[in-house]
Design a protein around this ligand. Structure first.
Ligand code: ZN
Length: 260
């Protein structure tokens, strides 16, 4: 069997410090609960990082040794250093997987990689969500039933301003009537990205075994098969090319070649 997937779970971890409801549900932080769940399900090696650590708990070395980065943020997206966003983006383009959770839809790194506003409608009314599994054969949906039901959630509604996903895996229906594209994948460079909607901090979403199963599946799916930095190389032809006509040489090719 292959080596364990090296997962880094990044959490803003601010609500846990200030909100008693969140403290009660996640006494050691959302990152800790997700870490325990993934470890329990096996074949992963977890580390965690949080916003208030030095350099947000991330470094070139940590990301080089991270197969999949999870990202949970909400009230302090603007405090994430742009240098960190640049670094994470480069590692995704080189092959590192990225799993963006819930309110991470408005994080700098998600908007940077997708190139759109990533806005949506929202409402906090503890309503029911039915999360329909629409691609049961996808590895991220392995082991799930026809849907996941969450009795009390924050509502996210369309329009979700994202590029059309490469794969749409989950659609949510809410008791208030809205729908939402809750599980989406994209590729950017060599990296795989998965966005998963559930996870509002005042409900015990990450204690739900089915949600934990999706996160574990996502970690295994997003792990890279290779890492590569593309560098736009000038390259020689594989076969001998006939000499171009004299007028083309003088007008273009020779001149372009001299500029390289
Ligand atoms: Zn929320």
């Amino acid at each position: 069997m292959s080596n364990p997937v090296r997962v880094t779970i990044w959490n803003e971890a601010r609500h846990e410090k200030s909100n008693p409801t969140v403290q009660k549900i996640y006494p050691h932080g959302i990152h800790h609960t997700i870490s325990e769940a993934l470890t329990q399900l096996g074949h992963v090696h977890i580390r965690t990082a949080t916003l208030d650590e030095e350099n947000h708990g991330l470094s070139e070395d940590i990301l080089t040794n991270t197969d999949v980065l999870f990202w949970w943020g909400h009230c302090a997206h603007g405090e994430v250093n742009d240098d960190t966003v640049d670094m994470v983006q480069r590692h995704v383009l080189e092959g590192m997987g990225l799993v963006v959770l819930h309110s991470g839809h408005f994080s700098k790194i998600f908007r940077r990689l997708l190139g759109t506003n990533c806005s949506l409608k929202w409402r906090e009314a503890a309503e029911k969500e039915r999360l329909w599994v629409i691609e049961p054969s996808h590895p991220i949906c392995a082991g799930l039933g026809e849907y996941i039901e969450l009795p009390h959630t924050e509502m996210y509604g369309e329009r979700f301003d994202i590029p059309t996903p490469d794969e749409l895996l989950f659609i949510s229906w809410f008791a208030g009537g809205e729908v939402f594209r809750s599980g989406c994948t994209w590729r950017r460079g060599h990296g795989k990205i998965f966005y998963f909607r559930p996870g509002h901090e005042t409900y015990p979403i990450y204690h739900n075994p089915e949600i934990q199963k999706v996160l574990h599946n996502a970690a295994l799916w997003a792990a890279p098969s290779m890492r590569k930095r593309d560098s736009c190389p000038n390259t020689q032809p594989f076969e001998a090319l006939p000499p171009p006509p004299a007028d083309i040489v003088s007008a273009g090719i020779q001149q372009d070649a001299s500029q390289l």
